[in-house]
Design a protein around this ligand. Structure first.
Ligand code: ATP
Length: 256
């Protein structure tokens, strides 16, 4: 394993763990987050029980995914984290685009390529009982690299990958982790407000007719108008503008 590209991070006191296989890197780090002495990255070459939002599964094509988690202590109360998962999606998309990928974002935090899902982000949190003003965030990222025909067969929607790109896993990890650590330091200072313009510039659905669904039930329908400083999706509806909180709702095209 060539780790030279990760050396800059190690120099910034980020512990790096690389494992051949695990169930979920998020679960691994969450279990010991409040006991960690420093920010820690756990990179699994193969992840067998990846998690999505609300208990959904994140599948990793065998030998063909970047799956890692980053545990980081933020000196912020839990309620100040709104928008963090969008900021993460934004950085992941921006960093991948530096390698020529042309990814976009789907609210709240899917990374799309050619309109299909290339990557996902999950945040989980752990609060240290002895330090109520800080919170450990465990950021899980999964990106499809190799051809994922098996995934397309398993999932009902189209899936994207990076198999047509000459990728270098270590280089991509270095860029993603460098971007995430810089973002976390800025988020701690300025919150999501500092990322709104960047997120909106990558919005795959800007100006499109979309609906917000919760377990198949349509909650809102309107024209997507970007996100606000709390990471809420703005929708222009016939009744005026509404701001939708991520919670567990999903965004769909209006005609789907
Ligand atoms: P949706 O994608 O339906 O809007 P979501 O954004 O909340 O939902 P997550 O919970 O972040 O999705 O991710 C889990 C979902 O992503 C799964 O339910 C599955 O549909 C899809 N999925 C799982 N693994 C992959 C993968 N490797 N590539 C693309 N999509 C995947």
């Amino acid at each position: 394993m060539r780790v030279a590209t990760l050396a800059g991070l190690a120099a910034r006191d980020v512990a790096i763990e690389i494992v051949a296989e695990t169930g979920s890197t998020n679960a691994d780090l969450l279990a010991r987050a409040t006991t960690l002495a420093q920010p820690t990255v756990r990179w699994a070459l193969q992840q067998t029980a990846g998690k999505g939002r609300a208990g959904r599964a994140w599948l990793a094509p065998e030998n063909g995914a970047l799956t890692f988690s980053l545990a980081w202590k933020l000196a912020l109360p839990l309620q100040a984290l709104s928008g963090l998962s969008l900021a993460i999606g934004c950085v992941v998309s921006q960093q991948l685009n530096t390698f020529g990928l042309d990814t976009r974002l789907k609210w709240p935090n899917d990374v799309l390529r050619h309109g299909a899902k290339l990557g996902g982000v999950l945040i989980e949190t752990a609060v240290d009982r002895n330090d109520r003003n800080a919170v450990w965030v465990v950021i899980g990222v999964g990106i499809n690299l190799a051809r994922s025909g098996e995934l397309s067969q398993t999932l009902s929607r189209a899936v994207a990958d990076a198999s047509d790109v000459d990728y270098d896993r270590e280089e991509w990890m270095g860029a993603l982790l460098g971007g995430l650590s810089a973002m976390l330091q800025q988020f701690e200072r300025d919150g999501f407000a500092a990322f709104v313009a960047r997120w909106n510039a990558l919005d795959a659905y800007a100006g499109q007719d979309v609906k917000i669904v919760d377990q198949g039930r349509v909650l809102y329908q309107g024209q997507a108008a970007g996100v606000d400083a709390e990471g809420r999706l703005l929708l222009d509806t016939p009744e005026g503008q509404v701001a939708v909180i991520a919670g567990d709702v999903s965004l769909r095209m209006a005609e789907d």
